[in-house]
Design a protein around this ligand. Sequence first.
Ligand code: ACO
Length: 439
Amino acid sequence: MAQPVPCIVDEEGLESVAESITITDNRTGETFELPIVNGGVAANEWSKAVPGVWFYDPAFMYTAACESSITYLDGEAGVLRYRGYPIEQLAEKSSYLEVAYLLLNGELPTAEQYDVWRHDVTYHTFIHENVRKRFLEGFHYDAHPMGMLVSAVAALSTFYLDAKDIFDPESRSKQIIRLIAKMPTLAAAAHRFSVGMPFVYPDNTLDFASNFLSMMWKVAEPRFEPDPVLTRALDVLFILHADHEQNCSTTAMRVVGSSHADPYSATAAAAAALYGPRHGGANEAVIKMLTEIGSIDNVPAFVESVKSGGGRLQGFGHRVYKSYDPRATIIKRTADEVFSVTGKNPLLDIALKLEEIALSDDYFISRRLYPNVDFYSGLIYQAMGFPLEMFPVLFAIPRTAGWLTHWQEMLDQDSKIARPRQLYIGDDARDYVPVEARG
Ligand code: ACO
């Protein structure tokens, strides 16, 4: 909720804004005072003062595109909170499904609310047989599971025609439950297809993470019993990935949603944004990098090559976090727990050496580059047996809760369709030249 513009009232009753910025248009000499609210200046106030002068901000590096009360992130201090709750406390004490409820509803559920929520999500895990048989099985045998997931999520909109009723609260809540519940089923189905294994139906007696592991790994046993340490580790990873305010994929969700597209189409767009190596594909890139380095002895030379422009240290650096990524600290602990069950990932020693050298090197210190959430998450996924191609899929499953929360918030804010301006730098008007007259 926007704060009212804070005002100071002087003895004569005249009001002035408590925090403001004054700009002078040097073309006219006019000055304008613009209020600073919640750390920002409203661009429409600016445009009233100097119409036709746009902010030039490719990649939205300095632009707040919305107000949001979902996730708080302080990149300087390394703070991340969902609805006010520190990520460290949620990772230690909560579960992914409870966090999804918290994100979507703004409050932690009561015991009864949680029971209803868990039941609803658990009983919407099945997908229409046509999605699997005709749609997913129609892909080429070596299709990337993330490509399959993006397409399958978009295709779901053709199965739920009521999804278009985005302002009907009942329909909206139904689609949100369906999306959160079906994501693991689609993800596991994409994996099973890519390795030629038969589809495993959801087991609604299992919790969210265990059910996903069952659909991934079950072979012929009557009931899949995942190791509780691995289930909990996966649930913690899901909590850490549930939301991260206005990142690339969430922005895609809000932008597509602002056209009033149905939530399946908007979620497919968000998942497509997550697919890229600069976003959800980074943990896959970390594993490839560590494999390429091959041994601890090669680490110093690799760091030198990065410093001299030979590529990036994958899993390092973040647009927002400039002191440390709080998720990386939690994930490092989770990695130790997972390795106590699975055995140590042989790439771990290379990763630790890389981190040690980079954190004491002026190149990385001066640019404020620290390990991000992806530096260790890939090592955990790999130790748990997930193939590299599944890494972005594993990110998309929990982020669905965050995307939908932002979608809902955006619709409730009665926002306009997203439509930025451009600074045109092309040719002036010129006349069409017939082909025979072109030089
Ligand atoms: N390795 C080496 N140098 C780096 C790295 C890195 N990982 N990241 C940034 N730099 C350097 C840049 O070369 C640049 O140096 P310069 O000033 O000498 O030109 C400086 O640090 C600033 O880099 P930018 O690209 O401007 O930073 P930006 O905020 O745009 O990029 C990003 C952030 C994309 C995450 C970047 O740090 C990166 O590519 N990291 C590796 C990929 C990665 O781990 N992505 C996962 C992000 S977390 C997530 O999506 C869940």
